[in-house]
Design a protein around this ligand. Structure first.
Ligand code: MN
Length: 290
Protein backbone atom coordinates (compact mmCIF):
# COMPACT_ATOMS: atom_id res chain seq x y z
CA UNK A 1 0.00 0.00 0.00
CA UNK A 2 1.27 3.46 -0.83
CA UNK A 3 1.31 5.97 1.96
CA UNK A 4 2.46 9.53 2.29
CA UNK A 5 5.48 10.69 4.14
CA UNK A 6 4.41 13.00 6.95
CA UNK A 7 5.81 16.50 7.30
CA UNK A 8 7.54 16.34 10.70
CA UNK A 9 8.28 20.05 10.84
CA UNK A 10 9.55 23.11 9.03
CA UNK A 11 12.79 24.81 10.05
CA UNK A 12 14.59 27.93 8.93
CA UNK A 13 18.34 28.47 8.87
CA UNK A 14 19.93 28.21 12.31
CA UNK A 15 22.67 30.66 11.42
CA UNK A 16 23.88 33.04 8.76
CA UNK A 17 27.63 33.50 8.56
CA UNK A 18 30.55 33.82 6.19
CA UNK A 19 32.64 30.81 5.13
CA UNK A 20 35.97 32.35 4.21
CA UNK A 21 35.48 35.65 2.37
CA UNK A 22 33.49 34.17 -0.53
CA UNK A 23 30.48 32.35 0.87
CA UNK A 24 27.84 34.15 2.97
CA UNK A 25 25.80 31.08 3.93
CA UNK A 26 22.51 30.25 5.51
CA UNK A 27 23.27 27.12 7.50
CA UNK A 28 20.14 24.95 7.38
CA UNK A 29 21.60 22.16 9.47
CA UNK A 30 23.10 21.21 11.87
CA UNK A 31 22.58 24.72 13.35
CA UNK A 32 18.80 24.28 13.43
CA UNK A 33 19.13 21.06 15.46
CA UNK A 34 17.60 18.57 13.02
CA UNK A 35 20.73 16.60 12.10
CA UNK A 36 19.67 13.32 13.72
CA UNK A 37 16.50 13.36 11.64
CA UNK A 38 18.46 13.87 8.44
CA UNK A 39 21.25 11.25 8.82
CA UNK A 40 23.17 10.45 6.48
CA UNK A 41 23.40 14.19 5.71
CA UNK A 42 25.57 16.21 8.07
CA UNK A 43 25.45 19.80 6.97
CA UNK A 44 23.86 22.07 4.39
CA UNK A 45 25.07 25.60 3.64
CA UNK A 46 23.18 27.77 1.16
CA UNK A 47 24.53 30.94 -0.42
CA UNK A 48 21.37 32.73 -1.51
CA UNK A 49 21.76 34.98 -4.58
CA UNK A 50 24.44 37.49 -3.60
CA UNK A 51 26.04 40.22 -5.71
CA UNK A 52 29.82 40.43 -5.80
CA UNK A 53 31.63 43.46 -7.21
CA UNK A 54 34.48 42.87 -9.67
CA UNK A 55 37.74 42.12 -7.92
CA UNK A 56 41.28 41.00 -8.70
CA UNK A 57 41.71 38.47 -5.89
CA UNK A 58 39.45 35.37 -5.90
CA UNK A 59 37.32 35.15 -2.76
CA UNK A 60 36.61 31.88 -1.00
CA UNK A 61 38.31 29.42 1.31
CA UNK A 62 42.02 28.65 1.07
CA UNK A 63 43.77 25.36 1.79
CA UNK A 64 41.94 23.25 4.42
CA UNK A 65 41.44 19.52 5.11
CA UNK A 66 38.48 17.11 5.27
CA UNK A 67 38.23 13.50 6.46
CA UNK A 68 35.46 10.97 6.96
CA UNK A 69 32.69 12.20 4.67
CA UNK A 70 31.82 13.73 1.26
CA UNK A 71 31.29 17.33 0.20
CA UNK A 72 28.73 17.97 -2.54
CA UNK A 73 28.82 21.39 -4.17
CA UNK A 74 25.89 22.47 -6.35
CA UNK A 75 26.41 25.66 -8.35
CA UNK A 76 23.27 27.65 -9.23
CA UNK A 77 24.78 31.01 -10.25
CA UNK A 78 28.47 31.91 -10.50
CA UNK A 79 31.32 29.41 -10.65
CA UNK A 80 33.84 27.89 -8.25
CA UNK A 81 37.44 26.88 -8.93
CA UNK A 82 38.59 23.86 -6.98
CA UNK A 83 41.83 21.94 -6.56
CA UNK A 84 42.88 19.33 -4.06
CA UNK A 85 45.84 17.34 -2.76
CA UNK A 86 44.67 14.20 -4.58
CA UNK A 87 45.54 16.01 -7.83
CA UNK A 88 41.98 16.88 -8.88
CA UNK A 89 41.11 20.33 -10.14
CA UNK A 90 38.19 21.84 -11.98
CA UNK A 91 35.63 24.58 -12.29
CA UNK A 92 32.07 24.06 -11.07
CA UNK A 93 29.84 26.06 -13.42
CA UNK A 94 26.12 26.84 -12.96
CA UNK A 95 24.20 23.55 -13.16
CA UNK A 96 27.28 21.46 -12.36
CA UNK A 97 27.73 19.35 -9.24
CA UNK A 98 31.01 18.40 -7.64
CA UNK A 99 30.81 15.28 -5.51
CA UNK A 100 34.07 15.01 -3.58
CA UNK A 101 34.72 12.02 -1.37
CA UNK A 102 37.24 13.15 1.22
CA UNK A 103 37.23 9.74 2.96
CA UNK A 104 40.77 9.18 4.39
CA UNK A 105 41.61 12.80 3.77
CA UNK A 106 42.17 15.56 1.26
CA UNK A 107 43.34 19.12 1.48
CA UNK A 108 41.61 21.49 -0.92
CA UNK A 109 40.74 25.08 -1.74
CA UNK A 110 37.41 26.45 -2.92
CA UNK A 111 37.51 29.86 -4.60
CA UNK A 112 35.27 31.91 -6.84
CA UNK A 113 36.28 31.26 -10.43
CA UNK A 114 38.90 33.75 -11.62
CA UNK A 115 36.74 34.94 -14.55
CA UNK A 116 33.71 35.37 -12.27
CA UNK A 117 35.87 37.27 -9.76
CA UNK A 118 37.12 39.70 -12.40
CA UNK A 119 33.68 40.30 -13.94
CA UNK A 120 31.67 40.22 -10.70
CA UNK A 121 28.06 39.06 -10.64
CA UNK A 122 25.45 37.03 -8.81
CA UNK A 123 26.58 34.00 -6.86
CA UNK A 124 24.32 31.20 -5.59
CA UNK A 125 25.49 27.80 -4.35
CA UNK A 126 24.82 24.91 -2.00
CA UNK A 127 27.32 22.77 -0.16
CA UNK A 128 25.98 19.58 1.36
CA UNK A 129 28.00 17.19 3.54
CA UNK A 130 27.19 13.49 3.23
CA UNK A 131 28.37 11.13 5.95
CA UNK A 132 30.24 7.90 5.20
CA UNK A 133 29.76 4.66 7.16
CA UNK A 134 32.70 3.54 9.29
CA UNK A 135 33.66 0.97 6.63
CA UNK A 136 34.41 3.76 4.09
CA UNK A 137 35.72 6.62 6.24
CA UNK A 138 39.34 5.67 5.57
CA UNK A 139 38.93 4.59 1.95
CA UNK A 140 40.73 6.43 -0.87
CA UNK A 141 39.50 9.91 -1.83
CA UNK A 142 37.34 10.15 -4.96
CA UNK A 143 36.31 13.05 -7.16
CA UNK A 144 33.23 13.27 -9.38
CA UNK A 145 33.04 16.43 -11.45
CA UNK A 146 29.51 16.16 -12.82
CA UNK A 147 28.57 18.64 -15.53
CA UNK A 148 25.07 20.00 -16.12
CA UNK A 149 24.92 18.08 -19.42
CA UNK A 150 25.43 14.77 -17.57
CA UNK A 151 22.45 15.31 -15.26
CA UNK A 152 19.17 13.93 -16.68
CA UNK A 153 15.83 15.50 -15.87
CA UNK A 154 12.24 14.42 -15.34
CA UNK A 155 9.61 16.73 -16.81
CA UNK A 156 6.13 16.66 -15.33
CA UNK A 157 4.64 19.46 -17.46
CA UNK A 158 3.21 22.84 -16.33
CA UNK A 159 6.73 24.11 -15.62
CA UNK A 160 7.60 21.35 -13.16
CA UNK A 161 10.87 19.44 -13.51
CA UNK A 162 13.52 17.65 -11.51
CA UNK A 163 17.19 17.18 -12.33
CA UNK A 164 18.27 13.81 -10.94
CA UNK A 165 21.75 14.27 -9.46
CA UNK A 166 21.85 11.03 -7.45
CA UNK A 167 19.52 8.09 -7.01
CA UNK A 168 16.42 7.47 -9.08
CA UNK A 169 13.20 9.27 -9.88
CA UNK A 170 10.45 8.01 -12.20
CA UNK A 171 12.89 5.50 -13.74
CA UNK A 172 15.58 8.13 -14.41
CA UNK A 173 18.94 7.50 -12.72
CA UNK A 174 21.32 10.24 -11.63
CA UNK A 175 25.05 10.08 -12.45
CA UNK A 176 26.52 10.50 -8.93
CA UNK A 177 28.02 7.38 -7.38
CA UNK A 178 27.21 7.13 -3.67
CA UNK A 179 28.34 4.76 -0.91
CA UNK A 180 24.88 4.39 0.63
CA UNK A 181 21.43 4.80 -0.98
CA UNK A 182 20.88 8.52 -1.55
CA UNK A 183 18.53 10.57 -3.72
CA UNK A 184 19.36 14.15 -4.61
CA UNK A 185 17.03 16.10 -6.90
CA UNK A 186 17.10 19.73 -8.10
CA UNK A 187 13.40 20.62 -8.42
CA UNK A 188 12.04 23.63 -10.29
CA UNK A 189 8.33 24.19 -9.86
CA UNK A 190 6.50 27.02 -11.61
CA UNK A 191 3.74 28.73 -9.63
CA UNK A 192 0.57 26.65 -9.88
CA UNK A 193 2.32 23.35 -10.57
CA UNK A 194 1.52 20.35 -8.44
CA UNK A 195 3.58 17.14 -8.24
CA UNK A 196 3.65 13.93 -6.30
CA UNK A 197 7.28 13.20 -5.52
CA UNK A 198 8.28 9.60 -4.84
CA UNK A 199 10.69 9.24 -1.92
CA UNK A 200 11.63 5.73 -0.77
CA UNK A 201 10.15 4.41 2.46
CA UNK A 202 12.97 3.97 4.97
CA UNK A 203 14.80 7.06 3.72
CA UNK A 204 15.08 10.09 5.96
CA UNK A 205 14.23 13.04 3.78
CA UNK A 206 13.95 16.79 3.55
CA UNK A 207 12.81 19.37 1.04
CA UNK A 208 15.07 22.41 1.14
CA UNK A 209 13.30 25.42 -0.33
CA UNK A 210 15.81 27.89 -1.70
CA UNK A 211 13.27 30.33 -3.15
CA UNK A 212 9.51 30.35 -3.52
CA UNK A 213 6.59 29.04 -1.55
CA UNK A 214 5.08 25.56 -1.23
CA UNK A 215 2.08 23.73 0.14
CA UNK A 216 3.03 20.17 1.18
CA UNK A 217 0.47 17.35 1.47
CA UNK A 218 -2.26 20.00 1.06
CA UNK A 219 -1.66 21.24 4.59
CA UNK A 220 1.85 22.56 5.42
CA UNK A 221 3.06 25.90 4.08
CA UNK A 222 6.80 26.36 3.52
CA UNK A 223 7.95 29.85 2.56
CA UNK A 224 11.45 30.67 1.38
CA UNK A 225 14.11 31.74 1.36
CA UNK A 226 16.16 29.02 3.04
CA UNK A 227 13.57 26.90 4.82
CA UNK A 228 13.38 23.13 4.99
CA UNK A 229 10.61 20.61 5.60
CA UNK A 230 11.57 17.36 7.32
CA UNK A 231 9.73 14.25 6.19
CA UNK A 232 9.05 11.00 8.03
CA UNK A 233 10.97 7.79 7.26
CA UNK A 234 7.72 5.93 6.70
CA UNK A 235 5.73 6.57 3.56
CA UNK A 236 6.85 6.72 -0.04
CA UNK A 237 5.65 10.03 -1.46
CA UNK A 238 4.91 13.65 -0.70
CA UNK A 239 2.73 16.05 -2.66
CA UNK A 240 4.16 19.46 -3.46
CA UNK A 241 2.14 22.39 -4.73
CA UNK A 242 4.09 25.48 -5.72
CA UNK A 243 2.20 28.65 -4.77
CA UNK A 244 5.08 30.72 -6.24
CA UNK A 245 7.92 29.91 -8.65
CA UNK A 246 10.11 27.66 -6.50
CA UNK A 247 13.56 26.09 -6.44
CA UNK A 248 13.90 23.08 -4.14
CA UNK A 249 16.66 20.63 -3.29
CA UNK A 250 15.08 17.31 -2.36
CA UNK A 251 17.38 15.04 -0.38
CA UNK A 252 16.78 11.60 1.05
CA UNK A 253 18.87 8.69 2.19
CA UNK A 254 19.01 5.54 4.26
CA UNK A 255 20.24 6.55 7.72
CA UNK A 256 23.68 5.23 8.67
CA UNK A 257 22.85 5.09 12.38
CA UNK A 258 26.45 5.17 13.62
CA UNK A 259 27.97 7.43 16.28
CA UNK A 260 29.08 10.82 14.93
CA UNK A 261 32.17 12.54 16.34
CA UNK A 262 32.66 15.81 14.53
CA UNK A 263 35.08 18.71 14.82
CA UNK A 264 35.42 21.36 12.14
CA UNK A 265 36.38 19.66 8.87
CA UNK A 266 36.59 16.12 10.31
CA UNK A 267 33.65 13.74 10.87
CA UNK A 268 34.54 10.40 12.41
CA UNK A 269 32.98 7.90 14.85
CA UNK A 270 35.11 8.56 17.95
CA UNK A 271 37.13 11.30 19.69
CA UNK A 272 40.29 9.23 19.25
CA UNK A 273 39.76 9.19 15.49
CA UNK A 274 39.26 12.97 15.50
CA UNK A 275 42.58 13.44 17.33
CA UNK A 276 44.25 11.13 14.81
CA UNK A 277 42.75 13.16 11.92
CA UNK A 278 44.17 16.39 13.31
CA UNK A 279 47.56 14.75 13.86
CA UNK A 280 47.60 13.30 10.33
CA UNK A 281 46.67 16.66 8.81
CA UNK A 282 49.31 18.53 10.78
CA UNK A 283 51.93 15.93 9.85
CA UNK A 284 51.10 16.48 6.16
CA UNK A 285 49.67 12.98 5.70
CA UNK A 286 46.62 14.38 3.85
CA UNK A 287 48.95 16.02 1.37
CA UNK A 288 49.27 19.63 0.29
CA UNK A 289 48.34 21.78 -2.67
CA UNK A 290 51.13 22.34 -5.13
MN1 MN B 1 36.06 22.30 1.96
Amino acid sequence: MRTRKEVLGVAGAGSHHWVGDGFPVYNLFPSNGVEKQIDPFLMLDYVSPTEFAPSKKPRGVGEHPHRGFETVTIAYQGSVDHRDSAGNAGTIHPGDVQWMTAASGVVHEELHERKFTEAGGTFEMIQLWVNLPKAYKMSAPRYQGITAAQIPAVYWGRGASARVIAGELDGVRGPAKTFTPINLFDLRLAAGSHVKLDVPSGHQAALVLLRGELLLNESTVVAGPAHMALLSRDGDSVTIEATADSVILALSGEPIGEPVASRGPFVMNTETELRQAMEDYQAGRMGHLN
